[in-house]
Write a protein that binds this ligand. Sequence first.
Ligand SMILES: Cc1cc2nc3c(=O)[nH]c(=O)nc-3n(C[C@H](O)[C@H](O)[C@H](O)COP(=O)(O)O)c2cc1C
Length: 405
Amino acid sequence: MTDGVGVTKHRARRTAFIFLGSVAGLLVLALGTILTVGGIFVPAAYLQPWSATYYRQFADPRMQVVAQAVLAPSGHNMQPWTVHLDKTDARVLYLYTDPTRLTPAVDPLARQTLVSQGTFLAYLQVAAEHLGYSATFALFPNGSYDENNLKKSMSELPVARVTLAKDSDAKTDDYASLFLSDTNRSPYTSAPLTAAQTSDLSDLADGSAATLSILSDKRDMTTLGNFGKQGTLIETQYEAATKESDAVFHSTEQAKNTARSGFAVEGQGTSGFMKYFLQGLITLVPSVNDDAAGAKNAIALTAAGVDHTAAYGLISTPANTRTEQVEAGILYAQFSLRARTLGLVMQPLSQVLQEYPTMAAPYAAIHAQYAPDGQTIQMLVRMGTATTQYPESMRRDASALVHKP
Ligand SMILES: Cc1cc2nc3c(=O)[nH]c(=O)nc-3n(C[C@H](O)[C@H](O)[C@H](O)COP(=O)(O)O)c2cc1C
């Protein structure tokens, strides 16, 4: 009798053990599959340009600065840059817009693409100064684009002629900031900007064709936060925009190593083990990241962000010429780099500044309130002190930017 009970108990324990063991085994197998699909064993070549020594593989100082300028922020992380090294003058390089890297749904006038030319130039300048060169720019040295033939113009007309000159006085305070992740989409702490920070940042606009306003009074905070939320809501309902973003979103390490531009889960603040887990999950169960889920996520992220923001920055230009767009980008990148040097972070909220029909009403409203003399607002950004560090995002190999005629 006793023996029978003992045997039964023993069998039940063994069955439970086998059952739990099988479940655990299946879970480990599932986790292993998800992480492997998510690319945990694939080296992230797309992060190489973030290494402090990456530029040293190039002997030509022009390529050394290009290799650091690729760290610049760009709309949709398209990195729409091509460079041409002057064969007759070893100090000179030309920057062109790459017309194969446009995002026409959200940026129908290619305005943000031109702002993104300016960010590249500002990063290049900081890299040059660190290496003991001054970098001077002539914008549109061969004339401005033919707007009726824009893509062709982008291929033919340089945005800038950049001249590097050895300069023993060259120096920069912002070099280390080049290597800190650019865009932080998380909620920020409640710490306001100090008067010294605001003054240091505001001074950057001295001598620029663009203006910079840093706003933190309660009314502006509410109004600009609402513009941010409204813009995100409208954009998530604009199918052409969501399709465009989906097309440049890459969910595996393999795909990221091929594209080295566009969006990935890092842009939502995901890193480490969770990055591989999420990437595997998205690949195996795409509905986890479908448009409905993406829209919900974007709206929630913007709402949390604007509710935890210390100040807003507005960069505007008197008109909206191509040169002014580039100047605005230069100022934006200088602003963003200096902010990081001062321990601050920022995130552009560009939706409300975009020029497609369903955004027309908030576009007009923000310009009526914040650009009453007919200026164009080129950048709207939220800023503050980070609560979490954001991971670095994909960057192209510098050699891939070089134009080979
Ligand atoms: C012209 C321009 C517009 C941008 N607009 C937005 C935006 O609306 N929302 C956002 O979260 N990031 C925006 N960004 C940031 C880019 O998405 C970001 O630079 C890019 O994805 C690379 O990531 P990183 O800056 O973190 O390196 C913008 C950047 C530029 C230069």
